[in-house]
Design a protein around this ligand. Structure first.
Ligand SMILES: Cc1cc2nc3c(=O)[nH]c(=O)nc-3n(C[C@H](O)[C@H](O)[C@H](O)COP(=O)(O)O)c2cc1C
Length: 125
């Protein structure tokens, strides 16, 4: 599952706001065998989540109603042969350089194919 959304308030802009999301995500995702990767860039959010269907559905129901972001758009939601991420939640620490390497200006108008390409580049890095 890959989705994009828009940050609300200080979400993603302050260390505290990021730490709060990462803390809960790390705990819940480990419990639910979900692996994920999260990126904040310029007020935009991109998250990739991998796991069992029921666990992802439950997680997405929580994420959709979270007031810390808005305008959640699912870019990709499909079965995969094997996981590409192992960590319960990985924060992409250098989104600007990842975008640059993918040749994209910003994550707000990303397509599913471009998001997949970013994931591959991150994995290879
Ligand atoms: C951008 C963003 C990404 C999030 N990612 C996750 C996640 O991967 N796993 C998770 O459990 N919660 C995530 N959350 C938090 C959920 O929306 C929700 O607050 C949390 O799951 C509630 O957990 P609790 O029921 O244990 O308190 C995210 C929130 C935001 C704003």
């Amino acid at each position: 599952m890959i989705y994009a959304s828009e940050a609300v308030g200080a979400t993603g802009a302050s260390t505290l706001s990021i730490a709060q999301i990462l803390g809960v995500s790390e705990r819940n995702n480990r419990r639910d065998h979900v692996s994920g990767c999260l990126m904040f860039h310029d007020g935009h959010i991109l998250q990739v989540l991998e796991g069992a269907r029921a666990d992802l559905d439950r997680l997405m129901r929580r994420i959709l109603v979270d007031p810390r972001h808005a305008g959640v758009r699912v870019l990709s939601d499909m079965p995969i042969a094997e996981r590409r991420m192992q960590d319960p939640m990985f924060l992409c620490g250098d989104p600007a350089s990842l975008l640059e390497r993918t040749g994209l200006p910003c994550i707000s108008c990303l397509t599913a194919t471009e998001a997949e390409a970013m994931l591959e580049i991150r994995k290879a890095a």
